[in-house]
Design a protein around this ligand. Structure first.
Ligand code: URA
Length: 441
């Protein structure tokens, strides 16, 4: 192939054949096309886009560039993917919840990226928990226990990692065809037969407004359907953090509370909606309403918590030790700092991105991919949009092990996150849904 002509065609808005796209991915992954040409092509895609057919070919080439997980033919595993949020611990609830209803859940997760948290980092705050299962063990656990959460293996869709790394440093991440192919190629390699996407929308998300979140949702669902997968996307609000806690161990503790029928209503409600979508796609309910009833019963009866215990145990984690520590606050870092309301009124803004950034400064997230995270760093969001406050009342409390200069930086971010006014409109949690049509096995 002639990479220069291939790049020029994209630059000039001409199409590429499936053979050309597949060959480009194969050569780039094999190191036979230099990074600068791959980067030039990515920038051309950023400006010119790709047709649906081209996105499909590109995604297939990425997903087949490494190993592909295969499940026994008699099970129909479902995966769930969030585009990234702040305080979003729903995977910890949704995975055992859907599994408790009989849906095999094969969840591949990432580490935190930027100001957003990652499920792998959260789970690693449970002593002994192994968040990296080899592929054989992953399949075995999903088959025997009914669910598993594992970090994305480097063996799966390795070409995608190469394209993503180049996108990360060339300003080409926010492109709908590239985001869609990146997400779906990894899900395809993970072997699930149906996908539920939680597309976050708002200041604390990639997609800042409803129309771009809907565009991404339609693209994810349409591509998955064209590749023979059932799919559904929920566009959900990410203007303020989900729940009351942001931070790795703190979010596990809050997810456990939700599984034990305590915990904040927004985490519970969104988890129920996502799990119901998985049960519906998995063919275990005749209607979304029936799926809703099934998941509520599984949560309220304690069966979902039982499945969570089983999954954590199967992955080597000591949930009892975690819960004991959490009950005495030992899962949180020792030093604390508080920010207070400067006037009385109603909280009108509690910016998710600023809260996520403050946690990152406090050591709970990464500034570089290779950094380790402090599981005990946390932010307790005491007031959220719509809550009344009086002057001097605490709005948020931070827990950290870093030095005071980092706390000063985080405090400024937290102070900037809040606005207090006279009246607030509480945002809807689920803004829209997009479905591919067919459901079941
Ligand atoms: N998440 C991904 O996995 N890929 C993207 O391109 C963006 C978000």
């Amino acid at each position: 192939m002639n990479p220069v002509a291939f790049i020029e065609d994209r630059r000039d808005g001409k199409g590429s054949t499936p053979q050309e796209i597949a060959e480009f991915v194969r050569l780039a992954h094999g190191g036979e096309i230099p990074d600068y040409q791959v980067a030039a092509w990515l920038m051309a895609v950023f400006f010119r886009g790709m047709t649906r057919r081209e996105v499909k070919t590109f995604t297939e080439a990425l997903s087949l560039s490494g190993k592909v997980v295969t499940f026994p033919g008699d099970i129909f595993p479902v995966d769930k993917h969030s585009t990234g949020g702040v305080g979003d611990k729903t995977s910890l609830v949704v995975v055992p919840l859907a599994a408790a209803c009989g849906v095999p859940v094969a969840k591949l997760s990432g580490r935190g990226l930027g100001f957003t948290g990652g499920t792998v980092d959260k789970l690693e705050s449970i002593p002994g928990f192994s968040a990296h299962l080899d592929l054989g063990r992953f399949v075995e656990q999903v088959t025997k226990v009914g669910c598993a959460i594992s970090g994305h293996s480097e063996d799966l869709a390795p070409a995608e990692a190469l394209f993503y790394e180049l996108r990360d440093v060339t300003g080409t991440v926010p492109s709908i065809p590239l985001i869609t192919s990146s997400i779906v190629s990894k899900k395809m390699a993970g072997g699930s037969r149906a996908f539920v996407f939680d597309v976050k929308c708002g200041t604390g998300a990639f997609m800042k407004d409803k129309s771009s979140a809907l565009e991404l949702s339609e693209s994810l669902v349409g591509l998955s359907a064209s590749l023979g997968r059932k799919a559904m996307a929920l566009v959900t609000a990410m203007d303020q953090p989900l729940g009351r806690w942001v931070g790795n161990a703190a979010e596990v503790a809050e997810a456990v509370e939700v599984l034990l029928r305590k915990g904040p209503g927004d985490v519970r409600d969104l988890s129920l909606r996502l799990a119901a979508s998985m049960v519906h796609l998995g063919g275990l309910a005749g209607s979304p309403e029936e799926a809703g009833r099934l998941v509520e019963e599984a949560l309220d009866s304690g069966r979902a918590y039982g499945k969570f215990e089983e999954m954590v145990h199967a992955q080597g984690g000591d949930l009892e030790a975690f819960n004991e520590r959490a009950a005495r606050g030992g899962h949180l870092a020792d030093a604390t700092g508080v920010i207070e309301a400067v006037r009385s009124g109603v909280v009108t803004r509690c910016d998710a991105k600023a809260v996520g950034e403050s946690l990152r400064v406090l050591g709970g997230g990464r500034l570089a991919r290779t950094e380790t995270v402090d599981p005990g760093a946390a932010c307790h969001v005491l007031k959220k949009i719509g809550d009344p406050v009086t002057r001097g009342e605490p709005l948020a409390r931070a827990y950290f092990s870093v030095d005071e200069s980092r706390w000063s930086q985080a405090r400024r971010l937290l102070e900037g996150a809040f606005e207090i006014g006279g009246e607030a409109v509480s945002p809807a949690l689920v803004i829209d849904t997009v479905e591919s049509g067919e459901t079941g096995r």
